[in-house]
Design a protein around this ligand. Structure first.
Ligand code: SAH
Ligand code: SF4
Ligand code: F3S
Length: 464
């Protein structure tokens, strides 16, 4: 690579917010003339966009930085940038442990990246703001996909779940103006996007800081009117704020997908109280019932933490029975890890690793059974699939997702990425299904009011 054409390599850790922040950092660099490369060796700027939710995140970062140090020794003009949540938390530690890092920028400072890179020619440039006061104006974005886009609707979080470091590194909640979100989505659709995922730590409180009342359902309805937008997804609603108006909007808006990720964390009231989740097992399950009753064929997924401080076997049993009652399509399971700046880290009775591991395995075994059962209910039925491209495991096959967010692998007939096709499910596994493409018009959930299209002798999710 010639010195005249600067290049960047970016590695992203963590959640969808970070993935989207990376798209924006990439977009800014590309608008400054940088070209993307897939290997750090080829890059003039190497960027790590970090997460701090997992315990070993720090070790991983310093391991990666160690490799970059070796590279920088051979190429002193290499610029190393650390951004994201761990940078926000650990600015001083990074400076001490990896003094060769050129730029550290926090989660509120994305827009400063090009300036900080310029300043770093004179020495390390570090910038961490504590809080964003107004939603930042749109930054250029280099999307990872031509048909899908992440759309940030709010940043930060006003909750105080005792295990969670996110409020400490992402600040207080700031919502984006509804008109700005709609305008962005319209321009994305004009650019070929057919599916958007709305991002916020607690999407259901969207708008509370703008006019005092949450406006998430209003936002869904406004986006549903964007012509050409086929699918709207969002992540995540907080169960305490998820209300009937959002369920109604989900049920009535043709583009809103029949999938909700509703993180439970635990099925035990006493544990939920120690976690400060502000809902109970029964109020949570009531919301699950409300969603199932209103949205035929809906898929429900969740997050669960195993081994929260003081978790007794009886409390863990409550989580297992919650899983049995909720019948999730999928659960993301986490072993509790104490994070600095969180109050749970100071609670007594942290559990031994073996106890957590054993419970974790029991939970996964239970959920795998339900995941498989829910995928088996798809057998013989046809579904609309948005084609994502070649399967990661077997590139001779293609992958896509149903509106219910089920991963489908199917024999590729040259299906175009981003196109909507119809597949019939021919085999079910716990974490994906296999399908075959079927000719004819694509099947569409709410527009035809017939998803899933029930095959002979099979039951749909709604009727059990
Ligand atoms: N805002 C989202 C959660 C973001 S963090 C929400 O409220 O749903 C994503 C998930 O990581 C959480 O749902 C939780 O299950 C898990 N998690 C967060 N902190 C954790 C910790 N200290 N130990 C284990 N899992 C954790
Ligand atoms: Fe963390 Fe709770 Fe906020 Fe989610 S809602 S980001 S778990 S504090
Ligand atoms: Fe996301 Fe990790 Fe930050 S989960 S908000 S990247 S701490």
């Amino acid at each position: 690579m010639s010195v005249q054409s600067p290049t960047y390599y970016i590695r992203t850790f963590g959640c969808q917010m970070n993935a989207h922040d990376s798209e924006r950092m990439a977009g800014m660099l590309e608008s400054e003339g940088y070209a993307r490369v897939e290997q750090p060796d080829d890059a003039s700027v190497v960027l790590f966009n970090t997460c701090c939710i997992r315990e070993n995140a720090d070790q991983k970062l310093y391991g990666n930085l160690g490799h970059m140090k070796a590279l920088k020794d051979t190429r002193p003009d290499l610029r190393i940038v650390v951004g994201g949540c761990l940078a926000q938390k650990d600015k001083d530690v990074i400076q001490r442990r990896a003094p060769y890092v050129d730029v550290v920028l926090g989660t509120h400072n994305l827009a400063s990246l090009p300036r900080l890179l310029r300043e770093s020619t004179a020495g390390p440039a570090f910038e961490i703001l504590e809080q964003t006061e107004v939603f930042p104006s749109a930054l250029p974005s280099r999307r990872m996909s031509s048909w899908h886009a992440w759309v940030s609707i709010s940043i930060g979080c006003n909750n105080s779940c005792t295990f969670c470091i996110v409020p400490a590194v992402r600040g207080r909640e700031v919502s984006r103006r509804l008109g700005d979100i709609v305008a962005e989505v319209e321009s994305l659709v004009a650019d070929g996007v057919v599916e958007v995922t709305l991002l916020g730590q607690n999407v259901n409180s969207y708008g509370r800081d703008l006019d005092g009342t949450p406006m998430f359902s209003k936002l869904l309805r406004a986006l549903d009117r964007v012509v050409g937008l086929e699918r709207i997804r969002f992540t995540s609603p907080h169960p305490k704020d998820f209300r009937a108006d959002s369920v109604a909007a989900m049920a009535e808006c043709a583009a809103v997908c029949e999938h909700i990720h509703l993180p439970a964390q635990s099925g035990s009231d006493s544990c939920l109280k120690r976690m400060k989740r502000a809902y109970t097992r029964s109020s949570y399950l009531e919301k699950v019932r409300m969603v199932r009753a209103a949205i035929p064929g809906v898929a429900i997924t969740t997050d669960i933490i195993v081994g929260f401080p003081g978790e007794t076997e009886a409390e863990f049993q409550d989580t297992l029975t919650l899983v049995e009652e909720a019948r999730y399509d999928q659960a993301f399971t986490f072993q509790y890890s104490p994070r600095p700046m969180t109050s749970a880290a100071d609670l007594p009775d942290h559990l031994p690793k073996e106890v957590v591991q054993e419970r974790f395995e029991r939970l996964i075994a239970l959920q795998n059974g339900f995941s498989l059962e829910s995928n088996r209910r798809m057998l013989g039925n046809t579904f609309e699939v948005l084609v994502e491209g070649p399967s990661k495991k077997d590139p001779s096959r293609a992958s896509g997702r149903t509106r219910t967010n089920k991963l489908v692998h199917f024999l590729d007939d040259g299906a175009t990425q981003g196109s909507l096709r119809t597949i019939r499910v021919i085999a079910a596994r716990p974490h994906h299904v296999e399908g075959e493409l079927v000719d004819g018009p694509r099947r569409d959930a709410k527009r035809s009011m017939s998803l899933p299209l029930v095959g002979a002798g099979t039951a749909c999710d709604a009727c059990g």
